[in-house]
Design a protein around this ligand. Structure first.
Ligand code: BG6
Length: 515
């Protein structure tokens, strides 16, 4: 808030808009029941239940709630509670304590279901839970394969659990469809049962604070806005690197591959946040309108373009942190002649006024050397090499959004190295979330689950956006599926991907940033 004293400087200060105050008052969510279809699955164990427990224990923002896990396993409520307890012990050992888990677990229930015919029991179960409001505010979380999802939705509707009597919302995990055509079909199906404002298409990247901060950074700081275009930006590199393999998701990953798993959603969303025009407001649809314009202006990828400017890869055996790891083709539920790509790199262009001619280099892959998600924005060189006598090429300015595991923004600058010689030297100005706010960042799912309960769609994808993202990647997927890669596996686990990815950027006289 502006300073209240009456000297001149404070009067000037007060004529500007004050920054928003950080809300200090606690906010609480109203009563709700969350039904997690796939309640014993990987996502529930790793992310959803740890997030819900954390919200309950640390944030104390909900008290009247029930969580019903639904799964094929035959478990009682008690057995489910201890199953979830084991998951929390494994994935968030530092936060778990007996007393609060005991309280949390009183809200936790389980219903064994084959997803086809058990909804009668489900309705009956809901009717026994909590007060009226709690059982009327229903949040369905579909953490299941799309084929099963359809069945579930149909049954929910048969028992009038979609509209009308209940205030229901449905969260659907990505990938939403497996290409544009199937996404349209799936959507037409869902919209027979739910209205658009009941549908929450989740992309957990949008729940990350560091990702949301791209928008705050761009539109909350006037100094970068004039530079944010083709005149001053040389190129952008976007990396989503994982050292992890496919874990136990071979069956899913064989169908999906890296493009459907990461590029169609996480990478497209990151690209949109960096490249979009300022929205005229912060509301869900205004934000989503601007993002869609970015997807629609990504230069279409025809066969020649795919051949020249995209790279696919699949990992062979190698070492991660000194430990040997198997090749993709040796993973559980993966074909030993699999053509599924686990690595993707490309040079993309956004053909609009702001970005014409600025390359966006993208890379993502499993079993890479290090886990790192970052956006690297390199600015152009100064117009004259005044310092050229001591240094032929200056290291250009760059702005780096480190999304994870480091959570920081840094600005790369040149300064004079102290001493008699005129040597420019590169330094970084750093803002680190944890150091600055003394605050441990929470899981992306926290924000998204809270928003879904509150009914805020801003951080969820809209159907036309999903379709536009598929339109970008569909040609790559179908080309790659129709012409199997002869050189797979073409990178060692623990490396930075295939040679061709380095060549892709080096051809332009640039290099991937070292992570
Ligand atoms: C998921 C993908 O959407 O994102 C996974 O399905 C991937 O394959 C994960 O590992 C990465 O998420 P994060 O938050 O760890 O970068």
């Amino acid at each position: 808030m502006p300073n209240k004293s009456s000297d001149d400087s404070s009067m000037i200060e007060s004529s500007f808009l004050p920054a928003c105050e950080v809300p200090t008052e606690d906010f609480k969510l109203g009563p709700f029941t969350m039904l997690i279809f796939g309640g014993t699955g990987d996502l529930s164990r790793r992310k959803l239940l740890p997030t819900l427990y954390h919200l309950f224990r640390e944030e104390e923002i909900f008290t009247d709630f029930s969580i019903i896990g639904l799964g094929r396993r035959e478990l009682s409520d008690e057995e489910y509670r201890s199953y979830i307890r084991q998951a929390l012990d494994k994935f968030i050992p530092e936060s778990i304590d007996d007393k609060s888990f005991e309280e949390f677990s009183r809200h936790l229930f389980y219903l064994p279901t084959r997803f086809e015919d058990e909804h009668e029991r489900l309705c009956e179960r809901i009717s026994k839970i909590g007060d009226r409001e709690e059982k009327n505010n229903l949040l369905y979380y579909l953490a299941v394969a799309p084929a099963v999802a359809k069945n579930i939705i149909e049954k929910l509707d048969q028992y009038n659990m979609c509209k009308g009597k209940y205030n229901a919302k449905i969260i659907i995990e990505k990938p939403f469809g497996s290409d544009r055509a199937s996404a349209i079909q799936l959507n037409q199906f869902i919209q027979k049962h739910f209205d658009e404002d009941q549908i929450y298409r989740i992309d957990h990247y949008l729940g990350k604070d560091t990702v949301q901060n791209i928008i705050f950074f761009r539109f909350g700081n006037s100094i970068f806005e004039p530079l944010w275009n083709r005149r001053y930006i040389d190129h952008i590199q976007l990396t989503v690197a994982e050292s992890m393999g496919i874990e136990h998701r071979g069956a899913f990953y064989e169908q999906a591959g890296v493009v459907r798993d990461i590029v169609q959603n996480h990478i497209m969303q990151l690209m949109a946040l960096v490249a979009m025009e300022p929205p005229v407001g912060f509301e869900a649809d205004l934000m989503r309108d601007e993002k869609i314009k970015v997807f629609k202006t990504i230069r279409p990828l025809d066969e020649e373009y795919i051949y020249q400017f995209t790279v696919r890869g699949q990992y062979g055996p190698g070492k991660i942190d000194g430990e040997p790891v198997p090749a993709y083709r040796e993973e559980e539920n993966v074909s030993h002649v699999s053509n599924t790509p686990t690595f993707f790199a490309a040079k993309l262009y956004i053909d609009n006024w702001r970005w014409a001619g600025v390359p966006f280099y993208i890379r993502t892959g499993k079993r890479l050397k290090k886990r790192s998600t970052e956006i690297f924005i390199q600015f152009k060189q100064p117009p004259l090499r005044l310092l050229g006598r001591t240094c032929d090429v200056l290291t250009p300015n760059a702005l780096i959004f480190s999304i994870q595991p480091e959570e920081e923004i840094s600005l790369q600058l040149s300064v004079k190295y102290p001493g008699m010689h005129n040597h420019p030297h590169v330094v970084n100005m750093n803002f680190n979330y944890e150091e600055t706010f003394n605050f441990k960042m929470h899981s992306a799912y926290e924000r998204l689950i809270i928003d879904a309960i509150k009914g805020d769609l801003t951080l969820f994808a809209r159907q036309d956006g999903v379709e536009a993202m598929w339109s970008v990647v569909d040609p790559i997927v179908s080309r790659w599926e129709s012409i199997p890669a002869k050189d797979f596996p073409n990178y060692a686990a623990g490396s930075w991907g295939p040679e061709a990815a380095a060549e892709l950027i080096e051809r332009d006289g640039r290099r991937w940033r070292e992570l």
